[in-house]
Design a protein around this ligand. Structure first.
Ligand SMILES: Nc1ncnc2c1ncn2[C@@H]1O[C@H](COP(=O)(O)OP(=O)(O)OP(=O)(O)O)[C@@H](O)[C@H]1O
Ligand SMILES: [Mg+2]
Length: 291
């Protein structure tokens, strides 16, 4: 096995679904090629029905591509030995609703061959990192949507996967959960995991992914490093503070006098996310929301 090679390899994948009568072939993915190396996070974006879930399921070996090859950890993704090293969060949380997060973590850990001591340690770690302690012994069916989603993330991480496939992992997860998720993902990335995630929450992706892949009608229309695809050819962003209104006007006049163009002027504004985290953090500090 080539240990330095890509952890995920897809070569010219094509997937056609049959219609209800098993006749007409509906193309969902074509010419989809991708390699993900250790420590790389790739974001998959595209409108509803563009083929993201289809691509992820082909890579996981859950559906068979009509054409093309898939290799995960230099093997077949359907091989149980490979499967044990892969994590997956499906687009719909698909866990036994009668079990609690603790039970689900242990159950899936056992299925994935994690030994009991490691299972206990990881369960405690994940409950804490995903902020699930308060709900750890409540049945999944009684949990809020986002809490169930965070449980699904924990389940996918029980085997400390070398390859992680995430389909809309952040749907219904609150901003604090998103920040915790980002930390967990960066930890896995640091340990050399190869990660592919689909998301419609575009604002988070540049902070999480190294590379982005745009799918449209089943085809990759654009792919590249985040810095490369988001760079602007010209223009500089300038944020000012400590000046009076009159002084700002002077600066603007000076820029214009030098031939520059001022594209946008307005009061400074912080992000809603940072305000949210500050408010939630202050309630936590007061002990109102402690475990
Ligand atoms: N089991 C199936 N049988 C027939 N067609 C399917 C099946 N699953 C998906 N499709 C079709 O394949 C195309 C791609 O669907 P897919 O679920 O991969 O999109 P997606 O990018 O994940 O969308 P979303 O953003 O809504 O999750 C769509 O046209 C969809 O209708
Ligand atoms: Mg989907």
């Amino acid at each position: 096995m080539n240990v330095d090679g890509p952890k995920v390899k897809a070569h010219h994948l094509k997937k056609e679904y049959r219609d209800f009568w098993g006749r007409r072939r509906v193309p969902a993915l074509s010419n989809f090629s991708l390699e993900i190396r250790a420590g790389e996070v790739v974001g998959l974006v595209g409108r509803n029905g563009s083929g993201k879930t289809t691509a992820l399921k082909c890579l996981l070996g859950l559906i068979r591509p009509t054409q093309g090859d898939v290799e995960v950890l230099s093997g077949d993704p359907r091989d149980p030995a490979v499967r044990r090293q892969v994590g997956y969060v499906p687009e719909k949380t698909d866990l036994n609703p009668l079990l609690t997060p603790v039970e689900l973590f242990h159950y899936h850990g056992r299925l994935l061959g994690v030994d009991p001591a490691t299972r206990r340690k990881r369960t405690d770690e994940l409950l804490s990192k995903l902020d699930l302690q308060r709900d750890s012994r409540r049945q999944l069916r009684r949990l809020s949507l986002g809490t169930a989603r965070r449980t699904a993330l924990g389940v996918a991480l029980m085997n400390e996967p070398k390859v992680l496939f995430l389909d809309e992992p952040l749907s219904a997860v609150d901003p604090e959960g998103v920040a915790r998720f980002r930390d967990l993902l960066m930890g896995l990335k640091g340990r050399g995991a190869a990660i592919l995630l689909s998301s419609h929450i575009l604002s988070h992706l540049p902070d999480i992914a190294d590379r982005i892949l745009f799918l449209h009608d089943g085809e990759i229309k654009l792919s590249g490093g985040v810095d490369e695809i988001l760079k602007r050819d010209e223009g500089t962003r300038l944020a000012l503070s400590g000046l009076s209104e009159g002084q700002v006007e002077e600066v603007i006049r000076e820029i214009r006098a030098r031939g520059g163009k001022v594209e946008d002027v307005g009061p400074g504004r912080r992000s809603l996310e940072s305000l949210y985290l500050e408010i939630v953090g202050s309630f936590r500090a007061e002990g109102e929301d402690g475990p």
